[in-house]
Design a protein around this ligand. Structure first.
Ligand SMILES: [Zn+2]
Length: 286
C-alpha cells in the first residue's frame, strides 16, 4: 500500500498571530531524518532547544495543547497551540518533520488547519523507499476509555482508523452535532482541515481578562451568541464538530503513529484527548 507510506516535506514557511499570546511567529517546516519524528525547534532561543511533539512534552491543555521541554541550562521552553499544525502533518502522512518556530505559540492563521494542509500538499514529496521505517500500527483490541462526568473519549476495536466526534452546547445554532471521518490523506484537506476554531461571545471578555485569546478575532474564530453566529457563513453545517475532530487528530498525533481504532469522543477537551493518548501509550509500552 504505497499511499500509506510515510511522506516527507520540502521546506516551507508560514507566519501569523498566536491565538492566546497575540504575538506574530514564523514557522518553518523542514524535512527530518526518517525515525526522528515530529519536533519543534525554538530558533529564537539560545542553543535552539528541541521540543519533541510527543506525549512526554505535554505541559498544559487549557484551551489549547502546549508542549514544553527543560533545556540544559534548566530553563523551560514552550510551544503552544500545536494541535492544528500537528493534525495537518500527521493526517498528511508526515511522520518526520523539523518544525522551526521563533516564538512560543503556533500561528492560528484562519482558525483552521486549511493553510497548513494546503502548504503541506504543495510541498510534499512522495517517498517510496522508506517502507521498512514504518512502525506497525498498534491495533486496539479492547475498549480504552477516559471520562469526566458525561464527557468521554474512547478507542474502540475497529478495522480501520476512524474518528467520530459529538458535541452538545446550549446554543441553538450549535446544539447536538456529530462528525465521523476515516483517516485518509485524500480528503483531510477538504473535509476536516477547513473547520475553524469556535468560541462564545459571552465568554470572550472573561478569557481576555484571564490574559487569554489576545490574538483572537472575527477573522480567525467563529463566534457564537444566543442570537446566532456573529460572523457567518459557516464552511460546513457541522463545522464546530469537525473542528473538535481536527483537535482530536492533532492531540492523538502525539502518540507518533495513529493506532488502528475507532476514536469516539463526546463533549471532550484537549485534557481528555491527552488522557486517552497517555492511556494508549501505556498499552504500547507494555
Ligand atoms: Zn482547535
Amino acid at each position: 500500500m504505497l499511499k500509506n507510506l510515510p511522506e516527507a516535506v520540502t521546506a516551507f514557511t508560514l507566519s501569523g498571530v498566536g491565538l492566546h499570546s497575540g504575538l506574530v511567529t514564523t514557522v518553518k517546516i523542514m524535512p527530518a531524518q526518517p525515525g526522528a519524528g515530529r519536533y519543534f525547534v525554538r530558533v529564537d532561543q539560545p542553543q535552539q532547544p528541541i521540543i519533541p511533539a510527543n506525549l512526554d512534552s505535554v505541559s498544559q491543555t487549557t484551551l489549547s495543547t502546549e508542549l514544553a521541554q527543560e533545556t540544559t541550562s534548566g530553563s523551560v521552553v514552550k510551544v503552544r497551540t500545536v494541535e492544528h499544525l500537528l493534525a495537518a502533518l500527521s493526517a498528511s502522512g508526515i511522520q518526520d518533520a523539523r518544525i522551526e518556530i521563533d516564538g512560543a505559540e503556533v500561528p492560528l492563521l484562519d482558525g483552521s488547519a486549511k493553510l497548513w494542509a494546503d502548504a503541506i500538499a504543495e510541498n510534499i514529496c512522495h517517498n517510496q523507499t522508506i517502507e521498512h521505517h514504518s512502525p506497525p500500527p498498534l491495533v486496539i483490541q479492547q475498549p480504552v476509555v477516559v471520562q469526566e462526568q458525561d464527557a468521554f473519549v474512547a478507542a474502540m476495536p475497529a478495522s480501520e482508523t476512524r474518528f467520530t466526534y459529538g458535541i452538545d452546547f446550549p446554543y441553538a445554532v450549535i446544539g447536538n452535532q456529530w462528525h465521523s471521518w476515516t483517516l485518509n490523506r485524500e480528503d483531510f484537506a477538504t473535509e476536516i482541515a477547513p473547520a475553524r476554531t469556535f468560541g462564545f461571545a459571552e465568554e470572550i471578555e472573561q478569557l481576555q481578562k484571564a490574559g487569554l485569546i489576545k490574538g483572537g478575532s472575527l477573522d480567525n474564530a467563529l463566534v457564537c451568541s444566543h442570537q446566532g453566529w456573529i460572523n457567518p457563513p459557516l464552511r460546513f453545517t457541522n463545522e464546530p464538530a469537525r473542528h473538535k475532530l481536527l483537535d482530536l487528530v492533532g492531540d492523538l498525533s502525539l502518540l507518533g503513529t495513529f493506532p488502528q481504532a475507532h476514536f469516539l469522543a463526546y463533549k471532550a477537551s484537549h485534557k481528555l484527548h491527552i488522557q486517552l493518548a497517555k492511556k494508549i501509550s501505556l498499552l504500547i509500552s507494555q
